[in-house]
Write a new protein. Structure first.
Length: 364
């Protein structure tokens, strides 16, 4: 392996975000950690000017210019970078000039996200809380289902023994309510079969869901696309992935329609994250699907427990859809997150793209 290839391989596996700039502050290289942190891709960024959010104040601009002029490194602490709409990160970054003989001046930009450990801790706590709650709910659901069969059977026997046909109206109410409660208990138990992992085109799944929603609601809500078409297939259960996406987008649609939001729209955005940690596991590639709507937002008190069973952000919701969606994605070793403020709600689906290796490791 050549020295250049070795250096690139080392940079590609660093957790620290690294960006190489020329003397005109155009991007010449960025490693996967920088792609993840700055919410972009090397294909999009290389050759483009350094994003404007690095020049959010005069001090940062003058420091970069001085670094080029005097070839003097500098460091900036706790800089807040708005890398994308609704996505602000806090970082420490340092800029070091590289001036080798016979080579044009370059700047090495190193960024360290400060909120990464906080995010990992929060995700780990969310996963543990969801798993504990699901175990409790499954136990309750089983306890509900066991006597329901006896109640339904007794009601059927009573119906046959009644002397007057008009009295069967009451037994039918008992049977119907028992069936309804059994259906609720089944939903509380979540998906019964394990995922069937196969390569899946996430954009094909999103388009399928989009067509379903447009057929249900041809007017009132616009559904926009913001796809990274360079994404490879993700290894997942296609039917379960569609079920999760349909739940998230249908929830957003219903929230927009119920609130009569003017110019209501939903944005489906896909990105790939590199060297990304979900819970305690670090993955080389992670699919991120954002479902963004411009509705009224979700009450902050509800957001903390939104993925718990029987908790809903809407008056007409059952409180089971998001819990089931989180359970499905947990079986894929992924996570669903939510951030909401009035005017913008973002549900983010995080899914490892190298699923089979994890499954085989657990089974062996």
């Amino acid at each position: 392996m050549s020295g250049v290839a070795l250096h690139k391989r080392l940079l590609d596996h660093l957790r620290t975000a690294v960006v190489m700039l020329d003397s005109k502050l155009h991007v010449r290289y960025l490693n996967p950690a920088a792609e993840m942190l700055l919410a972009t891709s090397a294909v999009r960024a290389i050759g483009q000017p350094l994003p404007d959010y690095f020049f959010d104040d005069e001090e940062a601009r003058s420091a970069l210019q001085q670094c080029i002029r005097d070839e003097h490194p500098f460091t900036r602490r706790e800089a807040r970078l708005s890398v994308a709409p609704g996505n602000e990160v806090t970082v420490d970054y340092s800029v070091s000039p590289i001036n080798e003989p016979g080579q044009p001046l370059c700047l090495l930009l190193e960024l360290q996200a400060l909120d990464r450990l906080l995010r990992i801790t929060r995700e780990e706590a969310l996963l543990h809380a969801h798993q504990a709650t699901r175990a409790l709910v499954r136990g309750v659901a089983h306890e509900i289902k066991n006597p329901l069969g006896g109640i339904r059977g007794a009601a059927q026997l009573l119906e046959r023994a009644l002397p007057a046909p008009e009295l069967t109206e009451y037994t039918k109410v008992i049977i119907d309510e028992a069936d309804r409660l059994r259906s609720v208990a089944d939903r509380m138990l979540g998906p019964r079969k394990p995922p069937e992992f196969r390569p899946v085109n996430v954009h094909e799944c999103l388009e399928h869901v989009r067509q379903l929603l447009l057929a249900e609601h041809p007017q009132g809500v616009s559904i926009w696309r913001d796809y990274d078409i360079s994404l490879p297939d993700v290894v997942a259960d296609r039917d379960q992935l569609i079920q999760v996406l349909l739940n998230l987008i249908r929830n957003a649609t219903q929230a927009l329609l119920e609130s009569s939001t003017p110019q209501a729209r939903i944005v489906m955005r896909t990105r790939v994250l590199r060297q990304f940690t979900i819970g305690v596991l670090r993955h080389r590639l992670v699919l991120r699907v954002d479902i963004i709507d411009n509705g009224p937002g979700i009450d902050p008190e509800v957001q903390e427990t939104l993925f718990y069973p029987m908790v809903s952000g809407r008056a007409s919701g059952t409180g089971l859809g998001l819990s089931i969606a989180q359970s499905i994605i947990s079986q894929h070793h992924g996570l669903i997150e939510c951030e909401s403020v009035p005017g913008e709600t973002v549900f983010s689906l995080l899914l490892p793209m190298e699923q089979p290796e994890l499954i085989e490791t657990e089974e062996s």
